[in-house]
Design a protein around this ligand. Sequence first.
Ligand code: ATP
Length: 311
Amino acid sequence: MSQHFVQVQQASKRFPQRGQEDLTVFENVNFNLEKGEFVCIIGHSGCGKSTILNALAGLDQFTDGGLIMEGHEVTGPGLERGVVFQNYSLLPWLTALENVKFGVRARWKEWTNAQVDEHSRDYLSMVGLDDVIDRKPSQLSGGMRQRVSIARTFATKPKLLLLDEPFGALDALTRGVIQDELIKIWGRDRQTVFMITHDVDEAILLADRILLMTNGPEARIAEAVEIELPRPRSRAEVVKHPNYYKIRNYLIDFLVNRSSTLRTADIDGRGLSYPQSINPARADADSSTPDEGDPANPKLVNFTPKETHHG
Ligand SMILES: Nc1ncnc2c1ncn2[C@@H]1O[C@H](COP(=O)(O)OP(=O)(O)OP(=O)(O)O)[C@@H](O)[C@H]1O
C-alpha cells in the first residue's frame, strides 16, 4: 500500500478531436505528495496543470492512471479536498461572513451557530478582512474576494488544498499581501497544498517542492525541484538568501530553454518515470550564476504562458 499521502501513477489525459487523432495532453505523469507538503507546479500554458488539479479535486478524471489519497482511490469530489480557483467562486447573494459560514456549516454539521460564527470570523480575520465581513462580493475588491475564497476553503480544513492560480488576476501588491497571508494560514494548519502558478518567485516563496512540466502535447513532469530555504519565509528574507538566485535561475532556465526540448525521448525508457529530484542549491556552477539586477529588489518574474500547439 502507498506510503505517500497522495500518489499519482502513470496518469495520462487524452481528448478526442473531431476527424483527427486524440490529443494527448500529458502522459506517464507520476508524482507523490507528502502530508503537510506545499507543492507548486509550473509549466507552459496548455501542458495540463489544471487538468491534473481537477483530477486531484475529483472534478475530472485521468484517461489512464491511478490517483490514490491516503490509500483510497479518488473517484469524485470530497470534503477532504478543497479548491480555490482564480475566479473566486463566491455566492453573490451572501456576505463575506455568510460565504465562509456556509462552508463551515456544511463541514461540521454538529456545530452550534456560535461555533460556526466564531470559527468563520477567525479565518476572515487571518486574511485581514475583519472590517468588511458584512459586505457582499459585489462590494469587495478582487483581492478581497480572493481572500474570502481562501478563508472559506482553509476554514473547512480540507486535508488537501488545491489552488489553481489563485492570485493570477491580482495586481502585484495585492498578490504580495495575500501570499503573506497564505504563508501565515498554512503555517498554522500545515495542510497539504498543491498549487498552480506561473510566477516563479511566488513558487519559490511558498513551495517545499516545485514540479516542472515539459510542454504539451505529451507533456510530462520532468523534474521536482527542492526549495531549500528556511521557514517561516518572507519575501524580504527569501530574496537575500544565498540559494535564492540558484533556484530562480534554474527554474527560469527550465522554462525558457528546456521545457520544450526535454521531450519524450529524453525521459522515455525509464518505465515508471518519477520526476528527477533536483536541488539547485547544491548544484554546481551553471545554474547558480546570479542574473543581473538588485538582489534586494528583484525583477518580478511572472512567467508569461506560451501557447503550445496541438495540431
Ligand atoms: N474538454 C476539453 N476538450 C478538449 N481539449 C481540452 C479540454 N479541456 C482541456 N483541453 C485541452 O487540454 C490542454 C490542457 O489544458 P489545461 O487547462 O489543463 O492546461 P494548463 O496547463 O492548466 O494551461 P493554463 O496554464 O493555460 O491554465 C489544453 O490544450 C486544452 O486546450
